[in-house]
Design a protein around this ligand. Sequence first.
Ligand SMILES: [Fe+2]
Ligand SMILES: [Fe+2]
Length: 268
Amino acid sequence: MACCAVTGRQRQPRGDYSYRLITDWSMPILEPNASAAGASRVDGEGLPDFTTAHYKDAYSRINAIVIEGEQEAHDNYISIGTLIPDQAEELARLARMEMKHLKGFTACGANLGVVADMDFAREFFTPLRDNFQQALAEGKVVTCLLIQALLIEAFAISAYHIYIPVSDPFARKITEAVVQDEYTHLNYGQEWLKAHLNECREELEAANRANLPHVRRMLDRVAADAAVVGMAKEDLIEDFLIAYQEALTQIGFTSKEIARLAAAALVG
Ligand SMILES: [Fe+2]
Ligand SMILES: [Fe+2]
């Protein structure tokens, strides 16, 4: 069983059910991966050539998605603090961590001489941002937490895990530090939802149904650029589902319920 070098986390989830779900979600995937056509040339250690125009072009969008994701995470935690004022201070602390991440990843782009394509990234996050803003306007804290603290955090954890082994030395140091913070954020949402599961179960299921398909589409859209950077889509999906399903388990959902929740990605 693979184990994450950064966190010591088991990469494969407890129980067989999750692995079946991962396989099911991965079945239609025909996108190229890092070892296939479209991937960057790699050096003797399996790292891409960070200096090519091909790599930099893909990185301009990947780096922008990361920067925009950190900005949205910052804004979302501040917003969630308005819905649960007794948590505002803690949420502001999480938001400050996101701002630090944003600065770190901005430096990663600058280090490679890449200008992040922020217009692309802002558009990339539109579906989740719109759903978050609508939930915020309706005072739906459960939906806001599911979108930010579970889905976006699990997406970030997956992207950073898979990026670390193929990153340049400068970005690697930064990303290794960031991924541990993202676990703190995922854990925050997980613990809040666990404490309120009885009253938030229905809203969680509806929010999952409405938003998980967007994550699947985001992974589809990023696949070609991710491959150039050295990240295989199958690995991104697997890591995302592991983090997400582990959080759902900790919140208190049964394996059968989690199977139903994860299946929403296939039908949405
Ligand atoms: Fe972050
Ligand atoms: Fe985060």
